[in-house]
Design a protein around this ligand. Sequence first.
Ligand SMILES: Cc1ncc(COP(=O)(O)O)c(C=O)c1O
Length: 451
Amino acid sequence: MKKISRRLFLGSVSIVGTGMVLRPGSIWAGKRGLDAKPALLGGEKTVTKRFPRWPFVDTTEEKALLGALHGSGWGRRVKNNAADNFEKNYAKLLGADHCLTVNSGTSALFTMMGALDIGPGDEVILPVYTFIATYNAVVLHNALPIIVDIDPESFQIDPKKMEAAITKETKALMPVHIGGSPANLDAILEIGDRNNLPVIEDACQAHLAEWKGKKVGTFGIGGAFSFQESKNLNCGQGGAITTNNRQFMDACVGFHHQGAVLSDNAYAPGGVRGGNLRMTEFQAAILNAQMTRLEQQAKKRSENAAYLNKMLNEIPGMAPAKLYPGTTNSAYHLYMCRYDSNYFSGMGRARFIEALSAEGIPCSAGYGQMEKTPRVTALAKSRHYLKIYGEKTMKNWLERIQCPQNAKVSTEIAVWFGQTVLLGSKTDMEQIAEAIRKIQKYAKEIKDKAV
Ligand SMILES: Cc1ncc(COP(=O)(O)O)c(C=O)c1O
């Protein structure tokens, strides 16, 4: 693995490089100091309390749910229903002209591709480093998902590789704002313009993230959001589409509601397709209630992330995933960082995560190698895909989707903290840094003790 740049760790050299002893009481030393043994070696856990529970719930949700229960329709039949209200308010908050609720983020992606009349024989480009739903939404249309590699500094799709993957069959570019941080939108939109291809933003993790002061999900032809229960805005399951294009919105409305025709020009020449992908009033009622806390929670995550960034940048071998210069706000659905075992006595990432978890800090290794999972590779043998694309194309497809950068990031480098960790206190952030330093100090012993 490439060593993390000198510049990135300049601040840390004076502390670790000189063997300087930290003063007790400094935020780095933490309450018990750096001499305390890591939990995996029999020491006390750094964090003993729970990080905030998710989701937050109070009487706002209770009232909203009862309102939907006793209202005049559970499936948004009447005017000014909860879903209408949510769509209006979410569009306003994002600065989008239109918003349509659907029953999941996957459905939002699926609907947008349906509205673009994507189907068998078409290719859609997406990043490898994403939740499998991004891929599945393409496969549900029997289109060919072209998985491309990532920028290993940011974990976001690499625009150059995206462009290199374009063929005459490509019908859409589908970047993902992974972790809630914007992908390199300037580069991607430019590629879309130059190649005359629509950009569908998978903003399922990126509620309120901003690129150059404008909310993501409003740049491409449309943006997809998820309200699944782990998300920064959630109602158990749900999703939404945002767009500034009226014709596209009409086509999405039709696709999500049995092909209902709303305007003469809403449909692509492929004809009308559609299903039932609608949101219920109960989901919308909870969303309206959760919306009352969204901005305040987002602010808290951003403040804590900035503080954690500062501390991690001073620990050799740790660095937050890079944000592109156009990023004016990350949603921090995931706080993603980079681990370099060279600075931890060669201790592998799995052992590091074990050690950090033992300190009471919820963390994970994140996504694996999607391009290698049987769920994905089995497509090359799918009866339908062989019929549509032929053996040669499918064999070639397996080669096209290899992602060497992702192989490293997903097996050695990435470390994640979920968004609820960032809803903790400043002290919680300090304890994360404290635990990592403690592990670093004892890395050799922790590594050697591994069975
Ligand atoms: C990047 C990404 N895309 C798509 C989805 C699909 O959303 P849902 O689970 O609401 O279908 C998710 C969420 O789980 C996601 O994280």
